[in-house]
Write a protein that binds this ligand. Structure first.
Ligand code: CO
Length: 131
């Protein structure tokens, strides 16, 4: 497993990108909309990982609810693994709770989320990149 990205919920993506870009001096940025998750994402590439800034695209977006209750800030960390289905099966035998099944994420990835209660308060995404 390795750290794939850290995701941060923001109210205004374009403003947040500018501030992150200025503060961290990040040049390589891509934008992407994931309709199934109700988010628009800016991907800030680091040497060995990524920061993803996310803003909600609709009222029903889980990020909209997160911002309303908790405000801006860290939303989840994402760990990349091979063979996500096998990893999920193993974790379930250890009593780890998940939010939804393994499903398609962006760019051919497969994703699911581990309930924060299973990891001491941190919402954690598991993802597999297609090889
Ligand atoms: Co993510």
């Amino acid at each position: 497993m390795r750290l794939d990205h850290v995701a941060i919920a923001v109210n205004n993506l374009d403003e947040a990108v500018k501030e992150y870009q200025t503060a961290l001096g990040i040049k390589q940025i891509e934008f992407e909309t994931v309709e199934t998750e109700g988010v628009r994402v800016a991907i800030l590439h680091l040497n060995n990982s990524r920061i993803e800034l996310m803003e909600p695209t609709k009222e029903t977006s889980p990020i909209k609810k997160f911002l309303a209750t908790k405000g801006e800030g860290l939303h989840h960390v994402a760990l990349e693994t091979d063979g996500i289905e096998g990893v999920v099966d193993r974790m379930k035998t250890c009593g780890v709770k998940f939010l939804g099944e393994v499903r398609p994420g962006s760019r051919g990835t497969k994703i699911t989320f581990i309930h924060p209660k299973s990891l001491h308060g941190v919402l954690t995404e598991l993802c597999s990149h297609s090889k």
